[in-house]
Design a protein around this ligand. Sequence first.
Ligand code: PHE
Length: 358
Amino acid sequence: MGNSDKLKSDLLAMVEATTTLAAVEEVRVSALGKKGALTDAMKGLGKLAPDERKAAGQELNAVKDAVTQAIDVKKTSLSMAEMSARLMEEKIDVTLPTRPEEKGCIHPISQTIDEVVAIFGEMGFSVAEGPEIEDDCYNFTALNIHEDHPARQEHDTFYLPGQGEKGRKVLRTHTSPVQVHTMMSEKPPLRVIAPGRTYRCDYDATHSPMFHQVEGLVIDKSANMAHLKGVLTDFCRAYFGVDDLPLQFRPSYFPFTEPSAEVDIGCTREGGEFKIGHGDDWLEILGCGMVNEKVLENCGIDPSEYQGFAFGVGIERIAMLKYGIPDLRTFYESDLRWLRHYGFSALNVPSMTGGLSR
Ligand code: PHE
C-alpha cells in the first residue's frame, strides 16, 4: 500500500470512529488544518522530482476530497442524531394548564390623565407641556402673583438654591405657568390642556410634595363664563360618569383669573357612605375663572381683542374620588398589591367612544 493510501485509510478510520461533532472537528483540524497530516504531506510534494510530483499531488488531492466528504457525511449524520435525541428529550405536554400571566398595569394617575385627555380631546383641546423647573416669573409674576403676594407663601414653594431673588428657579407649584408659555409662544385662538407634575412643600393624607394637576386654557374673541361652565359641566359629567351631575360655581379668588370661581360637584354622605351625584351636599373639586386682563397683557395678548378662561384640576383628587382611594400617599409607594388592586389594563385605552375606564 502506498503512503497516500495508508494516510487515506488512517484518516477515514479516524473520522469513522468519532461519536460527537466536537470529535469530528478535532479530526478535521488534525488532518486538514494548518498543521494537519494531509497538509504536511502536501507540503512535502515540493521535495519530489517534477514527474513524481504530479502523480503524488493528484493522489493527495484525491485523499483530501475523500476525507472532506467523509467529514461532511459524518457531521450531517451526527447533527441529525443530536437533534432527534433533543427532540425525544424535550417533550412538551400540551395538556398542561397555562401559567397564570404576570401582567403589568396602568397606574391610576396615568389612567386618570388619559381619561382627562380623552374627554378634552373630544372637545377639541390639544395637550401642551411646560418645564417642571420654572422661572419665578412664569410660576408667579406673569400670573399676577407679585413678590409680596400672600399666594407665594400659601404655595409652600420649593426654591432652587444658587440664584438671586429675581432670577431664581422654582419647582412649579401649579400647572398655570403652562398657560403663560402657551400664550407667549402661540397665536390665539388657543384651546389647550396641560397635565403634569407640580410641587409644594406639604405632606399628609391629602397632600404630597409632588402631585399632579391638569390646567385648561381657552383664548379667543368671545370665550366667556358660560362657555367655561359648559366645558366644566360636560367634563365632570363625562369623567364621573354621572349624566345629571350637578355643579355649583362659588365665587373665589385667584390672582390670575377675574372673576374666579371654585367648582363643587353634588354628592351625598348618607350613613357614612360617600356618593357622587344628586344629593344634599357639595364637594369642591377645582378652581377656574376668566383669564385676568393683566395676565393676557403680560403674555403679549391684547385684552381689548381677546379674552378667555382657565381652570386647574388636581389629578390625584379626582382619581381618589372616582376610584375610592382613601390616602394620597399610597399613589407613590409602589406597593405591588396596591397597584394590582387599583391599576388598569394596558389594553383598554380610555376613549369617549370605547369607554373611559373598564
Ligand atoms: N392654579 C390654581 C391652583 O393651583 C388652579 C387654577 C387654575 C385656578 C386656573 C384658576 C384657573 O390652585
